[in-house]
Write a protein that binds this ligand. Structure first.
Ligand SMILES: Cc1cc2nc3c(=O)[nH]c(=O)nc-3n(C[C@H](O)[C@H](O)[C@H](O)COP(=O)(O)O)c2cc1C
Length: 406
């Protein structure tokens, strides 16, 4: 299938014109052999390239391009299918924007088009050309440093409890994972993640439980989370716990139970955040929003977890506004390389800024993901890059240390 791929990137070192020409000649020959055509724009700092051809060949060439050390911050903007080639003349034609007048450069590029019909503005691919040529998206090109410009070194050993505090029902336990502000080197909050008594995952704990038994187990487990947190001396730190939305709706006096257990563990409601997963909220939304009101009235704050992971996110946000949303790992993964993920995350941040909702990013594993998100305005992160969950303990945190000048 005829595949179109567009990306932009940032040049590492200024290219002598000769070297640029040589690169284009080599690329042209290679693309020709693979039936790939396209056009490359260069503005002195950024490259912008459209590649068209059979899907496998386009992806193979793009993989080589991504690994090329002559440019960095390669961001895929579009990957789509089309009935015919827009630029079918050459394997790769270079268009140096500095050689043309700003007013007519776009038309000149379009004149290179080989589509049967005149290339029209009403085409996503061509809109990308226009925004690049007119530089209207330039403020969103976050030029993040190389991943090796930071080191992540765990500080200290963390703390672990040998056993659960005496006197509590022990059909479950918890691991704790910090949410951090890496640049301020601060722990923003600790999330309590449910485990079986021997450390197996939440799925194992909840497997086989249904309906009221499930909600009952979910609610009762919070006693263990609060007691462990009290024992681990979380002091004034914020503590996040997960709750199934229907637990709040179906269990009578759930809020009273939570408040009593918070107090018995030496904590206060204002330091507790209850996290709900977006797509579990969708059924019985009215009952759920009522229950959330009770939580908030008691001083407990609310967060939407895995935001963007389901289909309920935006309509849920229109119904009630939590104190915090946690952007789902699916949107965070490789965000530095993906134009669509970048656009969605920027929109979430902008929306939450208008609503004074704090945004954190979950599942951060790569330095580049973190750096891109910091540039976009996120400052709270949770993920293995900084700290993995520690069973019945609080892990050491790997704060980023800058190694090279940016
Ligand atoms: C901005 C830019 C655009 C490039 N475009 C192409 C291209 O369209 N086709 C191509 O084969 N190589 C292109 N290259 C060169 C590749 O990155 C790579 O050097 C080439 O495919 C040889 O790869 P190899 O040495 O791994 O075989 C481009 C490089 C840069 C920096």
């Amino acid at each position: 299938m005829l595949t179109t791929l567009i990306y932009r990137s940032h040049i590492c070192e200024p290219f002598p014109t000769e070297a640029l020409k040589e690169m284009v000649a080599a690329a042209n020959a290679k693309n020709g052999q693979a039936a790939v055509t396209g056009i490359l724009l260069f503005n002195g700092i950024h490259f912008f390239q459209l590649l068209e051809g059979p899907q496998e060949s386009v992806f193979e060439i793009y993989n080589h391009i991504c690994a090329d050390k002559r440019h960095y911050n390669v961001v895929e903007l579009l990957c789509d299918f089309a009935p015919n080639r827009r630029f079918g003349k050459a394997g790769m034609e270079l268009f140096d924007l500095r050689d043309y007048e700003k007013e007519d450069v776009l038309q000149r590029i379009l004149n290179q088009g080989t589509s049967k019909y005149q290339l029209l503005y009403d085409d996503r691919a061509l809109h990308f050309f226009r925004t690049f040529v007119e530089a209207t998206e330039k403020e969103n090109y976050f030029e993040i440093p190389r991943p090796d410009s930071w080191a992540f070194i765990p500080e200290g050993d963390g703390v672990t409890l040998e056993a659960l505090p005496a006197g509590i029902a022990a059909n479950c336990s918890f691991a704790f994972q910090p949410i951090v502000d890496p640049l301020a080197q601060e722990i923003v909050s600790l999330e309590a993640l449910i485990r079986t008594p021997c450390g197996d995952t939440a799925q194992v704990f909840f497997s086989g439980l249904e309906d009221d038994a499930l909600y009952e187990a979910d609610l009762r487990s919070k006693q263990v989370a609060f007691r462990l947190a009290g024992e681990l001396n979380v002091a004034a730190q914020t503590l996040s716990v997960n709750l199934l939305p229907m637990t709040l709706v179906r269990m009578p006096n759930a809020v009273d139970f939570l408040l009593a257990e918070i107090a018995a563990s030496g904590l206060i409601p204002e330091q507790v955040i209850v996290e709900f997963t977006e797509n579990e909220v969708i059924s019985r939304l009215d009952d759920f929003t009522n229950a959330v009101r009770q939580l908030k009235a008691a001083g407990i704050r609310v967060a939407i977890d895995h935001f963007g992971g389901g289909f309920a996110g935006l309509s849920l946000l229109a119904r009630f506004q939590p104190e915090r949303i946690k952007i789902n790992r699916e949107l965070i993964r490789d965000v530095h390389k993906s134009g669509p993920r970048q656009a969605i995350v920027r929109a979430i941040i902008q929306c939450c800024t208008s609503l004074e909702i704090r945004v954190s990013a979950v599942g951060v594993e790569q330095p580049e993901e973190w750096m891109w998100l910091e540039s976009a305005g996120v400052s709270h992160f949770q993920g293995h890059l900084f700290a993995a969950p520690a069973f019945q303990g609080i892990p050491a945190i790997a704060w980023p240390e800058m190694l090279t000048e940016m």
